[in-house]
Design a protein around this ligand. Structure first.
Ligand SMILES: Cc1cc2nc3c(=O)[nH]c(=O)nc-3n(C[C@H](O)[C@H](O)[C@H](O)COP(=O)(O)O)c2cc1C
Length: 176
């Protein structure tokens, strides 16, 4: 199958070359979020860096993020009735790295967060925080798409931390 008449740009009916797929996705500039889950009787709080956060619907209000069902965070997300989604500020790449690291507890440093509503860890000094009720968890491939309804939110002024071409970046202001 060809996408256009002319040079073959690599569209295949059942997927594209994995390096091409990765290269395409790297070109999407995205905000960096950290998702945290509540502490419960059987599971401690968890948290992970996510660039899959996006808005889904205005009426009703719904947002989504995706979580790898093989990740250490998945059991906590699977059980959670509420999650907190934090948008990081430009300059907070170290927080993103901490919450993306494997085999460590990103919440071990208790000076970086406060215990919040629904036993959720709320990160300090971030650009925005959205506490959401989990509305649905839909397994799709190796991830689950989590749909969530905002119940509390706050935001500050400032620039977001972005991820683009495999690197943490900041907005270059000016131009269209
Ligand atoms: C920039 C960036 C974005 C990420 N976005 C997601 C995401 O949207 N969903 C997800 O499940 N994991 C995402 N990850 C991976 C997790 O943050 C984390 O690295 C992973 O869950 C750690 O693996 P473990 O939970 O198996 O220890 C991302 C990692 C990075 C560095």
């Amino acid at each position: 199958m060809t996408l256009t008449q002319g040079p073959d740009i690599g569209l295949a009916p059942t997927g594209i070359d994995p390096y091409l797929f990765r290269g395409l996705l790297q070109r999407v500039a995205v905000a960096v979020a950290v998702v945290t889950t509540p502490s419960g009787p059987d599971l401690p709080s968890a948290g992970f860096t996510a660039t899959s956060f996006t808005s889904v619907s205005v009426r009703p209000q719904l947002v989504s993020f995706c979580v790898d069902t093989c990740s250490a965070s998945w059991p906590a997300v699977q059980c959670a009735s509420y999650v907190a989604i934090h948008l990081l500020r430009a300059g907070q790449a170290q927080i993103a790295r901490t919450f993306a690291a494997q085999g460590t507890d990103p919440l071990a440093d208790t000076s970086t967060w406060l215990p919040g509503v629904y036993r959720l860890p709320i990160l300090r000094d971030v650009l925005a925080t959205l506490v959401c009720e989990v509305a649905a968890r839909n397994p799709v491939g190796d991830h689950a798409v989590v749909l969530a309804r905002p119940v509390f939110g706050r935001h500050e002024d400032g620039d977001p931390l972005l991820y683009h071409m495999g690197r943490y970046q900041r907005l270059a202001i000016g131009g269209e």
